[in-house]
Design a protein. Structure first.
Length: 282
């Protein structure tokens, strides 16, 4: 079941404000996130927060960190909880070696514990920072153990799913019945797509078939980053069609803070109509 997001709710925090709340303790491999006296009013606030966390991690050149989160005086409004839980799960699965939270209010503590029960993770809630840091120091680092994902597809398989409709200036990208389980699958996907685009040259309207496509939480951070880069380089505009409810929800969440319209349609015909509208400037 997809979730309807409030389209007109702007974020109440800036990227600059959020950056001041993020620091990296390199010796301890900890990313510290200070959410003290911080309010997440809506999903736009959540998406700006997680966009900055993903960007700052990318800037370090290290994929894996321990997460230390200060929840003192944090308020998460009901309109923000779904996005917070979903984006937080994606970030943790992609980049966390262990996450510890401390000084949460009773309301926030109960909500985190409810989410933990639903999503099968340890909430690791502590009374103060010292206890939280000690817990992190007891966790094993995964950095030395190189993570090798077994690819589910080849780059060539993705290249073969690209069709150029030359007269319409459309590139048809068929991701139907594909499961992107991790970052290796994502990179193989975009390596194939970008190789085809580079060989053809120029910019195109992207027509993306998401029928029965599955993108695991572990893959979403990399999928969003590679998709943004590909769009900036090769796309005149993108229209997506036939996503399942889970994929549609993730696309809409990313679009809310990513500065792009999700342009999701039910069928290929409706998607082509939307591209025609875009060409007319509508």
């Amino acid at each position: 079941m997809s979730v309807t997001l409030a389209p007109n709710a702007p974020p109440t925090h800036s990227a600059e404000e959020i950056d001041q709340r993020i620091q990296f303790l390199e010796d301890d491999k900890i990313m510290e996130i200070d959410l003290s006296d911080f309010t997440l009013e809506n999903s736009a606030d959540v998406n700006v927060l997680y966009d900055r966390l993903e960007a700052r991690i990318a800037e370090t050149g290290e994929e894996l960190w321990f997460f230390l989160i200060n929840y003192r005086g944090t308020k998460i409004d009901p309109a923000a909880w779904f996005a917070h839980s979903r984006r937080g799960k994606d970030l943790n699965l992609a980049h966390s070696m262990g996450t510890v939270r401390y000084d949460a209010s009773e309301d926030t503590r109960r909500q985190i514990e409810r989410s933990a029960g639903t999503d099968n993770f340890d909430p690791n809630l502590f009374a103060d920072r010292d206890e939280a840091v000690e817990r992190l120091k007891s966790m094993p680092s995964k950095r030395r153990a190189k993570i090798v994902h077994v690819p589910n597809y080849s780059v060539e398989e993705f290249k073969n799913r690209i069709t150029f409709l030359l007269e319409d200036q459309i590139v048809d990208i068929d991701l139907s019945n594909i499961t992107l389980a991790h970052s290796r699958d994502v990179n193989d996907c975009y390596d194939g797509v970008e190789a085809a685009l580079e060989a053809q040259g120029g910019k195109w309207y992207f027509l993306v078939n998401y029928e029965n496509t599955k993108i695991f939480s572990e893959a979403w951070v990399q999928y969003a980053a590679r998709g943004k880069a590909a769009n900036e380089t090769y796309s005149l505009g993108s229209v997506r069609y036939a996503p399942g409810s889970e994929t549609e929800t993730d696309i809409r969440l990313r679009a809310e803070s990513g500065g792009f319209r999700p342009n999701i349609r039910n069928t290929r015909e409706e998607a082509l109509e939307r591209i025609a509208e875009m060409k007319r400037g509508e």
